[in-house]
Design a binder for this molecule. Structure first.
Ligand SMILES: C[S@@+](CC[C@H](N)C(=O)[O-])C[C@H]1O[C@@H](n2cnc3c(N)ncnc32)[C@H](O)[C@@H]1O
Length: 364
């Protein structure tokens, strides 16, 4: 598992816990709170992975390197605390009676903040709700900012987190050959996203192509998905696109119910999906949903990006490929690339390297 390395002269300044105020010196509440702020586990912006991806041989194609360079230039150095010894430092604060602090309110604030830092350090699952801002290229030299709200996580709501495949696919969209989304074409530029989660890929598609995108997921995920679509409506509208959210359960693939209560009736010339295979039944369910909703047209395309985390994922990929072929679809373009997830990283600071496979499919 890679730790984040200094990238340039602007790299973060790493403080050791010995540089933080020590309890024997009876520091003020302000000094402790300021140290605890430095010890925050920031939600990864993945900007570092952008930069690492742009290294030769990393498997990511060139368009992202321009943006990666801009990311680095834009990045301001920040002070961070070396994780080594931090858990013990936080535990000491929580266990101290802080008797030199003058008020109960100050003690409570310090204890609460230290407890929060400690729970963050148990990984992304320990963090509360958060918002993250991601920059997605819409062309070689332009990008949009998409803001995603991620509710506090529960283990069975995987759609409350933004996964790295969706980030990689969103960044790749503007480079893909999707004839139905060419602005030269007079076709209605409609896109369906399956298993949208927080909605990054679908909203990026609306901004990149100026398309009308329907983002779908299970009923439990729908509320946050709609919230994100609403929050990004300005940036999507400025690109000439529109985005709607709705429920599409792959176990009942015939019905898409939009959040306004209407139903989608027409098939889509483009379908997108990221990180949608993680149980035995998923390859079959996903393909039957694609088969139901992908327009039977020579220009119709499916673009999908899937993480290859372990042997089980490889088995699911294989099942997906075979079921797609049986349904009459074949691969037009594909490659592998590396990204970074912040899921279950455990130490709260490192990102987990994940190999991902992207592919574009059409009807045989
Ligand atoms: C690992 S998450 C990926 C979310 C998002 N695409 C991303 O990459 O950030 C998998 C998504 O598939 C959705 N999903 C799982 N089973 C589903 C089903 N039967 N019908 C529709 N969506 C489903 C989950 O709710 C979740 O949002």
């Amino acid at each position: 598992m890679p730790s984040r390395q200094p990238l340039s002269e602007d790299a973060d300044q790493l403080l050791h816990v010995f540089d933080l105020p020590q309890l024997y010196s009876k520091p003020s509440a302000a000094a402790l709170l300021s140290a605890l702020t430095l010890a925050t586990s920031q939600p990864p912006s993945w900007d570092v992975s952008d930069a690492e991806d742009s290294r030769p041989g990393s498997g990511t194609s060139t368009p992202s390197s321009l943006h990666a360079q801009r990311r680095i230039l834009r990045k301001k150095p920040v002070q961070r605390v070396d994780p080594e010894g931090l858990t013990a430092y936080l535990t000491r604060i929580i266990g101290s009676d802080l008797q030199w602090l003058p008020t109960e309110e100050q003690k409570e604030e310090v204890w609460e903040t230290a407890s929060l830092r400690l729970s963050e350090r148990s990984g992304r699952t320990g963090m509360g709700a958060m918002s993250r801002s991601l920059y997605i290229p819409v062309s070689e030299d332009d990008e949009v900012e998409i803001v995603l709200h991620e509710p506090a996580l529960t283990s069975d709501n995987l759609g409350f987190k933004t996964w790295v495949s969706s980030y990689l696919l969103a960044k790749r969209l503007h480079t893909l050959e999707l004839p139905a989304l060419s602005r030269k074409n007079n076709l209605a530029m409609r896109v369906l996203e399956l298993g949208s989660g927080t909605g990054l890929v679908g909203m990026a598609a609306a901004a990149v192509f100026g398309a009308s995108v329907t983002l779908t997921d299970l009923p439990d995920i729908q509320g946050n998905l709609k919230r994100n679509v609403d929050a990004n409506s300005d940036v999507i509208m400025r690109s000439g696109g529109t985005a709607y959210s709705g429920v599409l359960d792959w176990r009942n693939p015939d019905v898409i119910t939009l959040s306004e209560g209407l139903h989608e009736l027409e098939k889509f010339p483009v379908i997108l999906a990221a990180d949608s295979l993680y149980s035995d039944e998923h390859p079959q369910l996903l393909v039957q949903t694609i088969d139901t909703w992908l327009a039977k047209d020579a220009n119709a395309r499916l673009a999908v990006e899937l993480p290859l985390r372990d042997e089980y994922a490889a088995k699911l990929h294989q099942g997906f490929r075979e079921t797609m072929s049986t349904a009459g679809l074949y691969i037009l373009e594909q490659d592998k690339e590396t990204g970074y997830d912040d899921w279950d990283s455990g130490d709260g600071d490192s990102l987990q390297q994940v190999q991902c496979w992207w592919s574009v499919w059409g009807w045989k």
